[in-house]
Design a protein around this ligand. Structure first.
Ligand SMILES: [Zn+2]
Length: 445
């Protein structure tokens, strides 16, 4: 008998969902993992007959999915969660969030906050996030420490912040950041001009040239509020997407967060350009920004994925709940319960998320040669029993606490629901320390 090939790991599950085009479900399936990559996915009998693993994970009453992708967040804002709520976006930003950021942002703040955010995301089955914030080096190091994959955007605005004072300084820092991280296995650096109302035409054009020169994604907020659309029309005489099209900004490198206020022509322009959209449904609901025309976008061929936005406007980093909320909301507003079905929702949360970020060759599905970014779900729960359609349970019933094991690039980050590349209590204690400093009444508990 031929010797079995020695590999790092086999992950077994009752349901393996590779997230291919035909939504295959491998029952009693397994995935062979070696040197950080998926070697093969197939029936457990075949996989176990071919490979001798160092370690076995998963098992009975388990499901295995690709890691979830969060395509828009400001991860470090977990430290501002609950600081100010129930306010309009403009007031919330200008009177609460921006002043708090001006006062507290530093590499130490970012590092501690990113660790907390990564802990929350990993435990909810997220393996990749797309971030827009400042102090990217500190964010990159903290993200790697917890073993997550991320696209980290160097934030660019036209006004001074704790990170830089002028457009030249923002771009100089962005260049330094991109050069330092371009070859990293887990971190993809990118350019992140904040939005059309905070960046001039020249800054946006410069960010576009920057993304082309370094071949990196370009991440911005787009048409989040009705106010923004009015503001851009009054400045440039065009709606936001039309204006971006006119200045030659749009293409498939662009990750546009929100896209709530689009007319039909703008949806066509987005589809034609290949730009990806991050739908941040819970943030849009909480800030009463509106409801993005996701069904129309999907019909037009726009690639739509899910983002949580920052935890200060959501208030958690949980793609499972974004999926569930979006799938239900769009049925209600369109009056059609067949739209945004469970399969589409999970595809948006995995493969399309990776494709929107330009990481489609690396992650987002369980395929030979792709990184082993895998999530084992524990189905031994009352709310997941019995099972008729595993996609239905994942889209509508699954909770973050059902995530059992998380692997990023073949490295196990969460085992039995606990972080195994850091100390959960220590991370939360540091966060409580920042909370005590930030809160207005220092004598409170
Ligand atoms: Zn945002």
């Amino acid at each position: 008998m031929e010797d079995k090939r020695k590999i790092d790991c086999i992950v077994r599950a009752d349901y393996v969902l590779p997230m291919d085009d035909s939504f295959t479900v491998l029952t009693d399936g397994a995935v062979a993992v070696d040197k950080g990559k998926v070697i093969e996915a197939g029936p457990y009998e075949e996989i176990s007959g071919r490979y001798a693993p160092e370690e076995s994970l998963g098992g009975k009453n388990r499901a295995l999915i690709p890691g979830l992708i969060n395509t828009h967040t400001h991860a470090a804002m977990v430290s501002f969660r609950g600081l100010a709520d129930d306010l309009p976006l403009k007031e919330w930003l200008e009177q609460h969030i921006w002043p708090a950021e001006a006062k507290w942002l530093s590499p130490e703040f970012i590092s501690d906050s990113i660790e907390l955010a990564c802990l929350e995301m990993l435990k909810a089955g997220i393996t990749t996030f797309n971030d827009m914030y400042f102090f990217g080096d500190a964010a990159g190091m903290a993200t790697k420490k917890l073993g997550m994959r991320a696209v980290l955007g160097a934030g660019i605005v036209d006004f001074p912040t704790a990170a830089a004072k002028t457009a030249d300084e923002y771009f100089a820092k962005a260049e330094e950041f991109v050069k330092a991280w371009k070859e990293d296995e887990l971190i993809t650096p990118c350019a992140a001009p904040h939005a059309l109302y905070t960046c001039s035409t020249e800054t946006l054009r410069r960010a576009r040239r920057f993304a082309d020169r370094f071949e990196v994604p370009i991440h911005l907020h787009l048409s989040e509020t009705e106010w923004e659309v009015g503001e851009i029309i009054s400045r440039y005489g065009k709606r936001p997407v039309e204006y971006l099209d006119r200045i030659g900004f749009l293409d498939r490198r662009v990750v546009a967060a929100h896209c709530v206020w689009l007319d039909d022509n703008e949806i066509k322009l987005l589809a034609k350009s290949g730009a990806g959209v991050s739908h941040c449904v819970e943030s849009n609901l909480k800030l009463a920004s509106g409801i993005a025309p996701v069904v129309k976008m999907l019909k037009a061929g726009v690639k739509v994925s899910f983002g949580t936005d920052g935890a200060a406007s959501n208030n958690d980093l949980n793609i499972l709940s974004e999926m569930s909320t979006a799938a239900k909301l769009h049925k209600a507003v369109s009056g059609d319960p067949t739209v945004l079905d469970a399969r589409t929702a999970l595809r948006m949360a995995t493969r399309w998320g990776a494709e929107v970020l330009g990481l489609g060759d690396i992650t987002g599905s369980i395929e030979e040669g792709k990184a082993a970014d895998l999530v084992v779900l524990n189905l031994e729960k009352p709310h997941l029993t019995p099972i008729y359609d595993i996609y239905s349970h994942i889209a509508y019933s699954l909770r973050a606490s059902d995530v059992e094991t998380v692997m990023v690039g073949g490295r196990v980050s969460v085992r039995d629901g606990r972080l195994c590349c850091g100390d959960e209590s220590e991370i939360m204690e540091k966060a409580r320390g920042w909370g005590r400093k930030i809160r207005k009444r220092p004598n409170d508990l």
